[in-house]
Design a protein around this ligand. Structure first.
Ligand code: GLA
Length: 726
């Protein structure tokens, strides 16, 4: 049993393989947080201290006891109005406009299996793999109830948290702020590791000490955003890639989020992860419920590397779903950087024929095949095949592609509409805009109001009628602008941004149910919606619009802290690179892209004979190593922000097969040698390197490492396969 309740002490203890989480219902019914960290036994309520602290308020029930204050006690779900002046997990505006919500324990239940959140992405597990703890808190004055949900995957060291806010009172309320997880630490100096970026340069790592005050990251863009990823690590000052303690918080949501990290007056730390409070005023009438999407918590005492391995496993096996969850993905060639908007059926067929010769499994027809779409200024929303441009029907094109021996995939952007489109002319009110104002444009397009079912239903029908025209085995689901005019003619405005995301999920759920064998790759101008929420529907996401191998090393490095390699769409593109102008060898581009769901994004017919052979070899290699890359344990071996080489490796579950990738980042006269130390090997046994046939002991590879060659090349890359003999 992973979840225990001690009736006498009123203590809940969650035990996973290597971690413990503990909380207590105190004498006044408050749910206090006691401990989260490495596995321990015994009760941790001795950590609570009680002193009379100036200007910290005391609940009425405490009588004249001035030592009891919510302002300092660690809590599971702190609310506004109880005397806790730190950041709140929940803020309610009551019918009388007051903002107090005083939650006390009202009951609990421990169940087999992991709770689900209908309509939301969430961690899933077989019933024997997981348990659920549900704790009910309530405020007897305004009638607000909060159902705190804890999902426990004992073997995986994963604890999920979600909250449901229920209006059981008699008057309407407004939820102004709601988090799904709060981590209170009574002691310790922490640093926050977060991942910031911009379009085409996502998920750069930032590590900063938490000082007094709040450090806040989040999104108001409607999507989880290129700018801040909805996942953070709270680490000790001395935590490194391989050693020390750290906690991860991964929000399973694809819209506006808020993460607050606060160090308080007593040097205590509180981290909250949940819904963004701006653009959010969620009205709840009597009997209504608001679900706060879940946060996946994980603790590692083996540094960031240990944390990543656990998250990769959790997301790959317990977030991603569907036919492609654990099966090899097709190696694809995408038409975008090959042809942009200038293509017809002939171009796509040519790509397919070239692809077949090289061993590529699938050709993807990107943007430009529908409506009036010669550039990005028009046509979105008109999901009718532009047969005039293609020169044939979609069905004929797919047949030709399939006849060439290649699968067919297609690009869509269902959430958008161009002003210059038949859809917009017929239904201008379907776009998100305030009828009294001119809309703010982004890429010259508007966002459809996906909070409205009729809008979703119409687009769903249109998209299905495209997908039904032939053997379409893959869809790239794009979203190329952020929300601005968050307004719906049909909704309460404070709900729109949230309901929009639920609308996207509803659409994706219907699509995945109707086409269970379809592979969907998420995309949002590349990696602007790279989150665990989308991965529930789309097992891979186009990682970035930046395909430059050097930039990609860092983007993929940042992405790897939480998300498994199987989720990272990575392609070899042409040189000079279209985003940076850099020339990097095909070999290096291949090694960098071979770190995720692999493919190409260039005109195959421009490749030289020699390059064709190289591409064939790359595909053969990728296919040989695919299971290791997608399913093995992934280790970061260097830091590409500061080290002279970027190196990472994949190791099989039995630790007997190891694939090492490395790229030298610096190039100087009279070069120094880069040595790379491997990780996670069996120490005693000997591994043979495939090319040289040389054998190395596991400990030697881990302790001393191997030298990388010194060559007169820019960004040379290396791939080594090590296997235990026999
Ligand atoms: C976005 C995507 C690209 C491509 C274009 C098409 O930018 O990230 O890969 O599909 O849209 O317009």
């Amino acid at each position: 049993m992973a979840i225990l309740f001690q009736q006498d002490e009123k203590i809940f203890t969650i035990q996973t393989k290597q971690t413990t989480y503990q909380m207590k219902i105190d004498d006044f019914g408050y749910l206090l947080h006691l401990y989260y960290g490495g596995k321990i036994s015994g009760n941790m309520d001795y950590l609570l201290t009680f002193y009379d602290r100036g200007f910290s308020a005391n609940p009425y029930d405490a009588g004249s006891d001035r030592t009891y204050s919510m302002d300092v006690l660690p809590q599971e779900y702190p609310t506004m109005g109880t005397g806790d002046y730190r950041n709140s997990a929940l803020v309610i505006r009551n019918a009388d406009e007051s903002e107090c919500c005083d939650l006390r324990y009202a009951g609990h239940e421990i169940r087999t299996g992991k709770y689900g959140l209908p309509g939301f992405p969430a961690v899933h597990a077989d019933s024997e793999e997981a348990q659920t703890l549900e704790i009910l808190l309530q405020d007897t004055v305004n009638g607000v109830q909060v159902r705190l949900l804890y999902g426990v995957l004992e073997e995986d060291d994963i604890i999920t948290r979600s909250a449901q806010i229920i209006n059981s009172g008699t008057a309407g309320i407004v939820v102004e702020k709601a988090a799904s997880a709060c981590l209170d630490f009574v002691t310790g100096d922490f640093e926050l590791v977060s991942f910031y970026g911009r379009h085409a340069m996502e998920r750069n790592r930032q590590r900063v000490p938490l000082a007094h005050g709040s450090l806040v990251i989040g999104s108001r863009r409607g999507s989880s955003s290129h700018q801040y990823n909805p996942a953070v690590i709270v680490a000790g000052e001395n935590t490194t890639e391989d050693n020390g303690c750290c906690y991860g918080m991964v929000f399973v949501y694809s819209g506006n989020f808020l993460c607050e990290a606060e160090k308080d007056q007593y040097n205590q730390t509180r981290i909250l992860m949940g819904l963004q409070s701006e653009l959010f005023h969620y009205p709840l009438e009597t009997g209504e419920v608001l679900t706060v999407p879940e946060t996946i918590l994980c603790y590692s005492d083996q540094g960031f590397g240990g944390l990543s391995v656990k998250y990769h496993h959790c997301i790959r096996d317990h977030v991603c779903r569907g036919a492609y969850q654990n099966t090899p993905r097709p190696v694809l060639v995408n038409s975008w950087e090959a042809a942009y908007f200038q293509f017809d059926a002939e171009t796509i067929c040519q790509l397919a024929q070239d692809a077949a010769k090289l061993g590529i499994d699938m050709v993807v027809m990107d943007d430009g095949w529908f409506g009036k779409r010669e550039d990005d200024n028009s046509g979105l929303g008109d999901w009718q095949v532009n047969e005039k441009k293609l020169g044939c029907s979609l069905s004929e094109l797919i047949h030709k592609v399939n006849d060439a021996g290649v699968k067919f995939g297609i690009w869509i952007e269902p959430e958008m509409v161009s002003e210059d489109s038949d859809l917009y002319r017929a239904h201008p009110d379907w776009a998100m805009l305030n009828p009294k104002r001119n809309p703010v444009r982004g890429r010259n397009q508007l966002v459809l109001d996906f909070s409205r079912k009729e809008v979703r239903d119409y687009i769903f029908e249109q998209i299905c009628s495209v997908l039904d025209q032939g053997n379409i085995e893959y869809v790239k689901w794009d979203m190329n602008r952020s929300l601005t005019d968050v307004y719906s003619v049909d909704n309460r405005q404070g709900k729109v941004a949230y309901d929009y995301v639920l609308g996207v999920y509803d659409f994706l759920e219907r699509l995945t149910c109707k086409y269970p064998d379809l592979l969907i790759e998420g995309c949002c101008g590349g990696g602007g919606r790279f989150d665990a929420g989308m991965l529930y529907y789309t097992p891979q996401i186009w990682c970035s619009d930046n395909t430059d191998a050097l930039d990609r090393l860092r983007i993929q490095y940042g992405t790897s802290f939480f998300y498994p390699m199987s989720a990272i769409g990575a392609h070899v593109s042409a040189v000079p690179n279209h985003q940076t102008g850099r020339n990097i060898s095909l070999h290096t581009r291949g090694i960098v892209a071979m770190t995720g769901a692999f493919g190409y994004e260039l005109s195959l017919n421009r490749l030289t004979q020699e390059e064709r052979q190289q591409v064939k070899d790359q595909i053969r290699q990728y296919k040989e190593y695919e299971r290791l890359i997608s399913g093995g344990d992934y280790y970061r071996l260097t830091d590409p922000y500061k080290d002279s080489c970027a190196a990472w490796m994949f190791v099989s579950k039995d630790r007997r097969t190891v694939l090492l990738h490395a790229v030298i980042l610096e190039n100087h006269g009279n070069m120094t040698v880069s040595y790379v130390r491997l990780k996670g090997l069996l120490p005693e046994v000997f591994y043979e390197e495939k090319e040289s046939k040389r054998c190395y002991q596991g400990t030697a590879l881990m302790q001393a490492g191997i030298p990388l060659p010194v060559e007169m090349k820019e960004y040379p890359a290396y791939q080594f396969l090590f296997q235990v003999k026999g």
